[in-house]
Write a protein that binds this ligand. Structure first.
Ligand code: ADP
Ligand code: MG
Length: 424
């Protein structure tokens, strides 16, 4: 089987790594120059410039399965374009991907499906939005409707702060057209967890729950990032709660999407807040999470290619998805300055030493090969994943391996999975 992985970050490296262990896979192709992925996959050679040219290339190359990492190509209709050429691709159609690409659509669909979510008001003008802020009261959350590369959500602690945020988003167009409509939303408190599922037709198979670490500094301080680390399993999400999440959140959204003529197929990611009134949905993503994937894939015992193929061809009900009982932890190594501006092209050392630890995998997020050296090429540079029988051991191993890697300005949070350790 020839598989194409679209995207070039840590998530896609984890997917390529998982696929490389699948007995069915003969050749992996990549759209990126990520130094980690390039050890496992061949570059498509410029065909990634547009969805159309990539689809044409995939047809000529006789690619058997395409797996899409990031949300942007999904929301631009890559699945529709590949399917119209008779190609097999894993992911939702453009219409189904609106569950992520429009927060308004997502909230309205959640209401239709009867899914617990924060109270909200959809606003087309800044006057409406300011009114909604007064109606809901501070603290309050302002969300740009469209995709904003993870920067479109503001938690506002006062009405004044919320007003300033509304002006920035709606009048000054801080996030461009994405902020022409906003959702003003009730602020929820609790522990945040990510529950991902493989979805095809009516079939919904949950992956092990994980927890991400959004902010750049320890103790949830500082600006939000793409994610500074993750771990699984999450002690707070016991079996009964997971079943509740499946019954009251994932199955209803999948059924409702089908009823709306937008059947969902692919990976569905529910971002949840465990409130004292039960789990509430913060958002849906229409793809694997980053860095959640870097801890989920090491727990998959089944062949990743077989599972993704089953999703893409609507044969999930015939497939058994098996997970191991390990705990897994991923520590992200980032560039100094991230999520603001940062330097690239800095040499990385210690990769081999880190990779020599047993039960460790180094996933490259923003790296590039320059001659014999691997250099930094992004805000998030590497994700060091370790797995073990328990979280404590996985944390210790992940940090030991992370400490072996050096590059100028290396930054990582020192408290990944601490919440789980405290609970144990
Ligand atoms: N209603 C809410 N109450 C409290 N925190 C929220 C709420 N909605 C979002 N957040 C916080 O903001 C983060 C980003 O919001 P999310 O809806 O996931 O948007 P995106 O991932 O597209 O930026 C969440 O991970 C969560 O920490
Ligand atoms: Mg999110």
């Amino acid at each position: 089987m020839q598989v194409l992985v679209v995207g070039g970050g840590g998530r896609e490296h984890a997917l390529a790594w998982g696929l490389s262990k699948s007995p069915e896979v003969k050749q992996i192709w990549t759209t990126s120059d990520n130094a980690g992925i390039n050890r496992l996959a061949r570059y498509v050679g410029g065909a990634e410039k547009s969805i159309e040219s990539l689809a044409r290339w995939a047809q000529e190359q006789r690619i058997d399965l395409t797996v899409v990492g990031p949300e942007a190509p999904l929301s631009e209709g890559i699945v529709d374009a590949f399917r119209s050429r008779g190609l097999t691709i894993m992911g939702p159609t453009q219409q189904a991907a609106e569950l992520e690409s429009s927060k308004v659509f997502a909230k309205e669909t959640m209401v239709r499906a009867g899914i617990p979510t924060a109270r909200f008001v959809v606003c087309d003008t800044s006057t409406q939005a300011k009114q909604a802020v007064r109606q809901l009261g501070a603290p309050v959350v302002i969300k740009a409707d469209g995709l904003a590369a993870g920067k479109g959500v503001s938690i506002c602690h006062t009405v004044t702060e919320a007003d300033a945020c509304i002006v920035a988003m709606m009048e000054e167009r801080l996030h461009g057209e994405a902020g022409s409509r906003v959702v003003v939303e009730e602020y929820l408190t609790g522990e945040e967890v990510s529950v991902l599922a493989f979805v095809a037709g009516e079939e919904v198979i949950l992956m092990p729950p994980c927890q991400d670490h959004k902010t750049v500094w320890e103790d949830d301080r500082g600006p939000n990032t793409g994610g500074m680390g993750a771990y699984t399993p999450v002690p707070a999400v016991h079996e009964a709660l997971l079943e509740d999440i499946r019954q009251r959140i994932l199955l209803p959204i999948v059924r409702t999407m089908a009823n709306m003529g937008r059947p969902y197929s692919g990976v569905l990611y529910a971002g949840l807040m465990l409130t004292d009134r039960g789990p509430h949905v913060l958002e849906f993503n229409c793809r694997f999470g980053d860095p959640e994937t870097q801890v989920i894939i090491p727990r998959l015992e089944s062949s990743l290619a077989e599972v993704l193929w089953a999703v893409a061809t609507d044969r999930l009900s015939e497939t058994k998805v098996r997970w191991n009982g390990h705990a897994a932890v991923c520590v992200v190594l980032a560039s100094k300055g991230y999520p603001g501006s940062y330097r690239v092209g800095l040499p990385i050392s210690g990769l081999e030493k880190a990779a020599a630890y047993p039960c460790v995998q180094i996933f490259h997020a923003g790296t590039r090969r320059e001659g014999d050296t691997v250099v930094t090429a992004g805000g998030r540079v590497l994700g060091v994943t370790a797995w073990a029988d328990d979280i404590k051991q996985a944390v210790d191993t992940a940090y030991a391996a992370a400490n072996a890697i050096e590059f100028p300005g290396k930054h990582c949070r020192r408290d990944i999975a601490r919440k789980a350790l405290i609970r144990q």
